[in-house]
Design a protein around this ligand. Sequence first.
Ligand code: SF4
Length: 143
Amino acid sequence: MKIGLSACLYGKNVRYDGSNKKNEAILKLLEGHEIILICPELSAGFEIPHDPLEISKNKVFTCKGQDVTEKLEQGCLACLEKVKDCDLLILKQKSPSCGKGKIYDGSFSGKLMQGNGIFTKLCLKQGLKIFSEEEISDIKKEL
Ligand code: SF4
C-alpha cells in the first residue's frame, strides 16, 4: 500500500521546535509499504525552529498573533499533491496542520479542543482516508 505519513512521526526533525515525534510502533506497522513523507509546515516555508502555531476561529496564528493561514494553506496544497493517490494517511495528532479530531484551542496554553488541522481538513474534503498515530488498532485493520 501507499501511505502518507507526517514526517515528524517518521523521525524527521521538522517540528516547530526542531524536534521529532518518531513513532516506532507506527514504523513497524508500515514495514513493506511505500511511505510518502509530508510536512505541511515545512512545505509552507516555515523555518525550523519557528514560533508555535495554533488554530483560532478557523485561522492559523503564531503565538505572537501573526495570521499565517494563507501561508500554511499553500504548504497543505503542495503536500496534497504528494499524497492524493495514497491508500491512507497517518497524521500527527493535535497539530494545527496534521491533527485529526483534536487540536490545541488557540490560547497557547496547552488546552485541546475538538477539530482537525488545516491539512487534515483539506485531505478529508478530497475523500482521503486518515488516521492519527493514536489509532493503531484501526490502522492494523486497513493494512
Ligand atoms: S506539520 Fe505535520 S508533519 Fe510537520 S511537524 Fe507538524 S505535525 Fe509533523
